[in-house]
Design a protein around this ligand. Structure first.
Ligand code: PRP
Ligand code: URA
Length: 208
């Protein structure tokens, strides 16, 4: 499956503020939240609705309702937490899991330090959240962990994706659809995305 990039002037506008190194923590967090709402909207385009009949003040209507319990949002800590508010505001009753992962500064390999997911995870559709898909190492490990628990349907939502990371996820997990706000140029020698937005976790949490 080809990565789906949100191609919209509003997204480019928001990304231009997000990427700017002068943008402060408050605005950075707000923009991550807003863009995540749009990513969630796009990623749930194929959601199956349960049919029901309601009565409007004017007449009866056959319509559709989402069973939110069929969905779980799983942020990859830390930076994925920044996207959680946005997706929850769209699907407030989805379940939430957490995968703790950090990238070793020397090897750039991901290190898993936490894994807690909702009961019945194997039957849910997972929206895996991480603002940055760089080498793809963290995404691959998180997807492997979820699949080892029997999960069948995973979508990966990120703000910025590097072609290198997309390629690795597509090769190893062709069933996982990637949604991103933008596909950037490349990785630099420190495996940061170029032009990117810097260190997403540090900018969300103000740690540097
Ligand atoms: C960042 C980012 C991803 C990972 C992407 O996390 O949020 O999880 O790097 O890089 P990769 O595709 O090369 O694996 P980081 O390790 O900085 O941890 P943090 O979220 O705790 O800041
Ligand atoms: N992690 C980040 O936060 N930013 C990058 O550019 C790459 C990995």
């Amino acid at each position: 499956m080809k990565a789906i990039e949100l191609n919209h002037p509003l997204i480019e506008h928001k990304l231009s503020i997000l990427r700017n190194k002068k943008t402060g923590t408050k605005e950075f967090r707000e923009l991550i939240k807003e863009i995540s709402m749009f990513l969630c909207y796009e990623a749930m385009k194929d959601a199956k609705l349960e049919r029901l009949e309601i009565e409007t003040p004017i007449e009866k209507l056959k319509t559709g309702k989402l069973n939110e319990d069929n969905y779980a949002f799983i942020p990859i800590l830390r930076a994925g937490m920044g996207m959680l508010d946005g997706v929850i505001s769209v699907v407030p009753n989805a379940k939430i899991g957490h995968i703790g992962m950090y990238r070793d500064e020397k090897t750039f390999e991901p290190v898993n330090y936490f894994f807690k997911v909702p009961k019945g995870i194997s039957k849910k559709e997972i929206l895996l959240l991480d603002p940055m898909l760089a080498t793809g190492g963290s995404a691959l490990d998180a997807i492997d962990l979820l699949k080892s628990k029997g999960v069948k349907k995973i979508k990966f939502l990120c703000i910025i994706a590097a072609p290198e990371g997309i390629k690795r996820v597509e090769e190893k997990h062709p069933d996982v659809q990637i949604y991103c706000a933008h596909i950037d140029k490349k990785l630099n020698e420190n495996k940061y995305i170029v032009p990117g937005l810097g260190d997403a976790g540090d900018r969300i949490f103000g740690t540097k």
